[in-house]
Ligand binder design. Structure first.
Ligand SMILES: Cc1cc2nc3c(=O)[nH]c(=O)nc-3n(C[C@H](O)[C@H](O)[C@H](O)COP(=O)(O)OP(=O)(O)OC[C@H]3O[C@@H](n4cnc5c(N)ncnc54)[C@H](O)[C@@H]3O)c2cc1C
Length: 419
């Protein structure tokens, strides 16, 4: 396979919406991804291994910590951080998820909700990727209704004892630190704790046989009488509403991810159609292929503008959960369509991971589901539009929906749990 194709997707001139710094992040990241990652990543994906050899090189891009300021973090604008996300995802979804779990979930939680001591101790090494972090909210029994999590934290002499199970936790097999979300046994409130790799009582086991994001090392976690000191508790987390402070930003970043995947697949398909001939003409000459290509291109422009506007609304303090949920849902739906069209246009080569289109096609499936599934995010937006929470069958006449019924995917309607 030849080098990664040139970028041909940007017909709406996204650059005109960017500051000089944001453009610089975008092109610095693009050059790195095309040169260092594109030639080797399909093999890692096939073997379902994480490319550890790339981490020191990625660190040199100074993307660690993204929007956080101080403690060695670059203090990027939200759009600047998103430019790194799309350029990484354009070449590889797994690498973008690896960095987003580290930056936009784990580091962000420490940066926004940790103590000064936790920040000064942990963030500088995390910003340089010497120390990688994971973020554990989901449980085997609590996916979409994550706010009903059951992992427990019991106060004991000098610290806390954690018990429970987590599932799907990205980076967790090798991360130095895992942010564990748990419910306090005494008050019932959700808290968060920093658990270091190797702590007795912490077990991580890689989830095998994934068809998507195969380089990301997702783990099942078991916590059995896992003792952590008082200093491991994040003082800024006192209920699930504090989780939402982090999810509000990470969901924006996830809404950008399909944009990057779609750009890469479009660029790949565009080049392929021009190069391959059938029936004496390049595939690009056939009208049906051009229709597919322009449908992909139109989706990319719309997805980009949705995600860009979402980021700007957040920066202006005008973003609500429903708009964020709608954008994440819509961009993953359109992203799936772009993946399917690209896969069709490559014919048989569209099902071979070497061409990167099949890899992105599969990776899109995980993004459709994580950070709130397509359906649950659509229902969060639907609640805003209709005033009816459709997460659960409507209650019988005269009986009000309980807040517990409505507490979905970090979107709890309980005022106590909201920002
Ligand atoms: C590759 C990958 C990486 C991940 N990384 C992390 C991570 O690093 N950290 C972390 O904490 N979590 C992570 N997750 C977990 C992810 O956030 C959950 O998978 C997601 O929230 C969905 O939960 P679930 O898989 O249990 O599905 P379920 O909640 O069981 O949903 C199954 C289906 O039912 C639908 N559904 C559920 N409830 C309703 C309802 N009320 N109304 C209508 N439809 C409904 C869903 O939309 C879905 O179609 C990851 C997941 C994946 C796949």
């Amino acid at each position: 396979m030849s080098a990664f194709p040139p970028a041909t997707h940007d017909v709406f001139a996204l650059d005109q919406l960017l500051t000089d710094e944001e453009k610089e992040i975008k092109y610095r990241t693009r050059a790195f991804m095309e040169r260092e990652v594109a030639p080797i990543i399909a093999d890692y994906w096939e073997r379902a291994e994480f490319p550890h050899e790339l981490v020191p090189k990625l660190a040199k891009l100074r993307l660690g910590g993204a929007t956080l300021k101080g403690n060695g973090c670059p203090g990027q604008s939200l759009v600047g951080a998103a430019m790194a996300v799309i350029e990484i995802a354009r070449v590889d979804g797994s690498m973008s998820t690896f960095l987003m779990v580290h930056n936009s979930l784990a580091m962000l939680t420490i940066g926004l909700l940790g103590s000064e001591e936790q920040k000064t101790q942990l963030l500088p090494r995390m910003a340089t990727l010497e120390s990688v972090a994971a973020w554990a909210l989901t449980e085997p029994s609590n996916g979409s209704d994550a706010s009903a999590l059951t992992t427990s934290a019991k106060k004991v002499e000098g610290g806390w004892e954690l018990n429970g199970k987590k599932r799907w936790i990205g980076n967790a097999t090798f991360a130095e630190w895992i942010v564990i979300w748990a419910r306090r046994a005494d008050t019932g409130d959700v808290n968060a704790f920093l658990v270091k790799k190797g702590t007795p009582g912490l077990q991580t086991r890689k989830i095998e046989n994934k068809i998507a994001l195969r380089c990301v090392q997702n783990a099942d976690i078991r916590l059995e009488s896992c003792w952590v000191p008082d200093s491991a508790r994040l003082p800024g987390v006192n209920s699930f509403k504090d989780t939402n402070v982090v999810l509000a930003i990470s969901r924006i970043m996830v809404a950008w991810q399909p944009v990057g995947l779609a750009m890469g697949v479009y660029d790949m398909a565009n080049r392929y159609l021009r190069q391959r001939e059938q029936f004496g003409n390049p595939l690009a000459a056939y009208q049906i292929n051009q229709e597919k290509l322009q449908r992909m291109l139109g989706n990319i422009q719309a997805m980009t503008l949705m995600a860009w506007r979402l980021s700007k609304l957040y920066e202006q303090g005008k973003l609500d959960h429903a708009t964020s949920a709608m954008t994440k849902a819509w961009n993953t739906l359109r992203g799936r369509e772009v993946m399917a069209l690209g896969r069709e246009l490559l014919g048989g080569n569209g099902v071979v991971s070497d061409f990167l289109v099949a890899k992105s096609f599969n990776d899109m499936e995980a993004i459709f589901t994580y950070e709130g599934t397509y359906e649950v995010n659509a229902l969060v937006a639907g609640r805003q539009a209709t005033g009816i929470a459709a997460f659960k069958a409507l209650p019988k006449k005269g009986k009000k929906q309980s807040t517990a019924d409505l507490a979905m995917a970090g979107q709890s309607p309980n005022p106590k749990d909201q920002q």
